[in-house]
Design a protein. Structure first.
Length: 91
């Protein structure tokens, strides 16, 4: 009979391989880079049209009641943590 691994204090998962954690890390790094690259391109286009970008540094309203932003957030989290739903064989 197989036993279920027990969580240690401060752990979020009972059993996650290092490979799966690295898959999550790389997925997150890929998402962040894609966002930074797109933001850089958009800001260049906007600056080329003499638009003031200072409003971009102002606080942004929470997405708490915006269903489109909540859906985008959920899709992002799903992509980043796909390794947790499909663990590698070595886990």
């Amino acid at each position: 009979m197989a036993t279920t691994p027990q969580l240690k204090a401060g752990d979020y998962f009972a059993s996650v391989s290092k490979t799966d954690m690295m898959r999550v890390l790389f997925a997150l790094a890929t998402e962040v880079y894609a966002l930074r690259d797109r933001q850089r391109a958009l800001e260049s286009i906007i600056k080329a049209n003499d638009t003031d970008l200072t409003a971009l540094d102002e606080p942004v309203e929470s997405a708490a009641y915006d269903s489109e932003r909540l859906n985008e957030r959920d899709a992002f989290v799903g992509r980043v943590f796909a390794a947790m739903s499909k663990p590698s064989a070595g886990a």
